[in-house]
Design a protein. Structure first.
Length: 254
């Protein structure tokens, strides 16, 4: 199935709801309005004022073909699954996406992948985003635990593995800004004092997202940063590469 021609979807759609109607068959037990709310939480566009300009950029630079090439390369390299890949505009008024995330956001499931892009996003930023998100798809395909039962440790390591895959393929200059936010000593302290006492927290617990994103009194991007640190140290000490680590249990990295 692979890369879905969402440009044609957008050209033919008269309302945003037309898009969510098309997406409904890819989600189990979720209606159009639920899908819309969920995807918009992760950066999908809400207003359609700049769709024409976005479509023009995507077509002129053949972005969907570019994504297809990236998918073919990584699928062969990692032995990953063939899943539908959807590319949509991101919400242009979301300052965090535009400034901190370089005009892109993504969302991965075990059976589908979404890319949310600004109209002026750079190709190298699309590449790093796709590597990160497609790694999630590959990881979810090979680990025995179901994502709904993931603990904070499982999710931290999944994020750390994905961003270390970016580092391995594109270098230190291409990784997300949150990977450089803290020193190794700080990350180790966060692990010992904050993460490990909460290691059994699961997605149902409100504390889960607080720990991952570092909201409230927690350091910003806490779970992501510690996960990246743990995986990087493990890779350095073991000399193992991304493909060798795809199915390794999260507890091993501790």
């Amino acid at each position: 199935m692979s890369v879905i021609d969402t440009v044609e979807w957008l050209k033919k759609a008269t309302t945003n709801q037309d898009i969510y109607k098309k997406l409904e068959r890819y989600f189990t037990n979720m209606k159009e309005d639920e899908i819309a709310k969920y995807l918009q939480t992760f950066g999908m566009y809400q207003r359609s004022t700049y769709l024409e300009e976005w479509v023009e950029r995507i077509e002129n630079d053949q972005i969907l073909k570019y994504v297809k090439r990236l998918e073919s390369m990584l699928k062969e390299e990692w032995g990953g699954p063939d899943v539908p890949i959807f590319t949509f505009p991101c919400e242009q008024n979301n300052r965090k996406i535009q400034i901190e995330y370089d005009g892109r956001s993504g969302l991965a499931f075990h059976n589908k992948l979404f890319l949310f892009l600004s109209q002026d996003v750079k190709k190298n930023h699309i590449k790093s985003l796709f590597i990160h998100e497609y790694h999630h798809v590959c990881r979810l395909a090979v680990v025995s635990k179901k994502e709904k039962s993931f603990t904070i440790i499982d999710t931290m390591i999944m994020e750390g593995l994905a961003e270390n895959a970016v580092r391995e393929k594109l270098g230190e200059d291409s990784v997300a800004s949150w990977t450089k936010r803290y020193t190794e000593m700080q990350c180790q302290r966060f692990l010992d004092r904050i993460i490990l006492p909460n290691k059994e927290v699961t997605r149902e617990n409100p504390k889960f997202s607080q720990l991952m994103f570092g909201t409230g009194l927690y350091p910003s991007m806490l779970g992501y940063s510690v996960g990246y640190y743990l995986v990087k140290k493990y890779m350095e000490n073991s000399s193992k590469k991304t493909k060798q680590l795809l199915a390794v249990d999260a507890e091993v990295f501790l």
